[in-house]
Design a protein around this ligand. Structure first.
Ligand SMILES: CC(C)(COP(=O)(O)OP(=O)(O)OC[C@H]1O[C@@H](n2cnc3c(N)ncnc32)[C@H](O)[C@@H]1OP(=O)(O)O)[C@@H](O)C(=O)NCCC(=O)NCCS
Length: 177
């Protein structure tokens, strides 16, 4: 498995992978991992545009984003991780993490590898803290983050109402240096 930076020119392929990934959200034994109802589990167009544009924005400037993909031997995307700036001013020393591993490639250590890869980049870019948000019901992700050194900083109970049920939101962080 190779992990490579996502160039802006490969964004359409990435978006197709991401929408396939999102089709698992809350279905067939997979916990909700995005705060979207099952039938709306696609990457919203306005967020896709912000993602695409963010890849070209200088790190530290408002809206910046970087992403990496893991590719299987056949070249298909097997997992991804992305880092982006926080919306608040005066937070250049922090970033927000998002990630996922394709259903065929889970439980093989790829999630841990993707986190280590992105954190190495973040350290070199001068980022000191990595923050993330995760649905509290998403036990596989929370276990992975805890194993990778992330600690819970808070939780909003019943933050989302998805398909008739409430879901809490957990906040986690890791200090890189
Ligand atoms: C959460 C998610 C990213 C984890 O990815 P992953 O690649 O399965 O993570 P890892 O393989 O590194 O770790 C998962 C488990 O596999 C185990 N594992 C790692 N390497 C292994 C190997 N070679 N053989 C068997 N098991 C292994 C780990 O010990 C870990 O065990 P655990 O269940 O006790 O925690 C993945 O389940 C996913 O994409 N879920 C849907 C999207 C999502 O939740 N994204 C995060 C939103 S906040």
């Amino acid at each position: 498995m190779t992990i490579e930076k996502l160039p802006p020119t490969a964004f359409d392929e990435f978006l197709a992978y991401l929408n396939d990934h999102l089709s698992d959200n809350g279905r067939d034994g997979t916990a909700y991992f995005q705060p979207l109802p099952r039938d709306a589990s696609r990457f919203p167009p306005e967020k896709a545009e912000a993602f695409r544009n963010g890849l070209r924005i200088e790190v530290g400037k408002p809206g910046w984003r970087r992403a990496w993909v893991a590719r299987a031997d056949d070249g298909a995307i097997a997992g991804h991780i992305d880092l982006r700036g926080l919306p608040e001013n005066y937070t250049r020393h922090r970033c927000l993490l998002g990630m996922g591993v394709d259903r065929k490639h889970r439980q093989q250590g790829l999630g841990s590898q993707l986190i280590a890869h992105a954190e190495n980049w973040a350290l070199l870019a001068g980022v000191q803290w990595v923050d993330l948000q995760v649905l509290s019901v998403n036990t596989p992700a929370i276990k992975l983050y805890e194993r990778s050194g992330y600690r819970k900083t808070g939780e909003i109970p019943n933050m989302f109402l998805l398909d008739g049920k409430h879901y809490s939101y957990t906040f986690m962080t890791r200090r890189l240096r």
